[in-house]
Write a protein that binds this ligand. Structure first.
Ligand code: PGA
Length: 251
């Protein structure tokens, strides 16, 4: 089984519901005929209306951008994994660097969130990546290895089939500075070899590893042509239908 090619848009805290519906419909119309998988990670408020509107197919799927680590309880303002699963939202992003930074989510908490998501039957796009200081110190591979070891590598082989990994160097997110295709490939190959050591060849070869960090219509092709880059997790450029469709077409 060849691993999936995925273009995932992370809208973050952008779009009101009307803009969001228009954007999702435009993207879904263009993406449905493709062999690749398109995922739209939208604000919680958009999930239910979009689920109705775009009739999520195996080609166009919705994702939440976070979930709580408990299934239910007195956690005002939070959304749980079973709530998402009950709405038939297939994916959730966990470990995005913005949540690690602004919401103080560490590897230990992310390990609990992964457990909650998988127990609820969700698939997870799990983000990892280093800051600029770590990259400059040439410690980026070790840093990502620690993130994966402390959060992700608690999972069983069967559970790993529900994981997509997104490598997102923090210095490239929203900065307009993209990792070079060679930098992306180096890390993706390193992650795949970590997967092989921990879970064996099958999981290593079948796990999609996405690159994120200033992916655009005009650089996606080169990034996606790298052997171990299976697509992108796209922030800013996913908010414009034309640009995002260009990225989907870059495979
Ligand atoms: P960007 O964001 O494409 O705007 O750099 C990527 C992300 O945060 O997932």
């Amino acid at each position: 089984m060849a691993r999936k090619k995925i273009a995932a848009g992370n809208w973050k805290m952008n779009t009101n519901i009307d803009d969001g519906i228009a954007l999702a419909v435009a993207v879904a119309d263009a993406a449905r005929s493709k062999d690749t998988v398109t995922i739209l990670a939208v604000p919680f408020t958009h999930l239910y209306p979009l689920q109705k509107k775009i009739k999520s197919s195996s080609k166009v799927l919705l994702a939440a951008q976070n979930c709580h680590h408990k299934a239910s309880g007195a956690f005002t303002g939070e959304i749980s994994a079973p709530m998402l699963a009950a709405m038939k939202v297939p994916y959730v992003i966990l470990g995005h660097s913005e949540r690690r930074e602004y919401n103080h989510e560490d590897n230990a908490l992310l390990s609990l969130k992964l457990r909650a998501a998988l127990d609820a039957g969700l698939k997870v796009i799990f983000c990892c990546g280093e800051g600029l200081d770590i990259r400059k110190a040439n410690a980026h591979v070790a840093h990502v290895k620690k993130q994966l070891t402390e959060s992700l590598f608690q999972l069983t082989i069967a559970e790993m089939k529900n994981i997509v990994i997104a490598y997102e160097p923090i210095w490239a997110i929203g900065t307009g500075e993209t990792a070079s295709p060679a930098q992306a490939q180096e890390m993706h190959a390193a992650i795949r070899s970590m997967l092989q050591k921990k879970y064996g060849k099958r999981i290593a070869e079948n796990t999609s590893i996405l690159y994120g960090g200033s992916v655009k219509g005009n650089n996606a092709k080169e990034l996606f042509s790298q052997a171990d880059v299976d697509g992108g997790l796209v922030g800013g450029s996913s908010l414009n239908a034309t640009e995002f469709v260009q990225i989907i077409n870059a495979f």
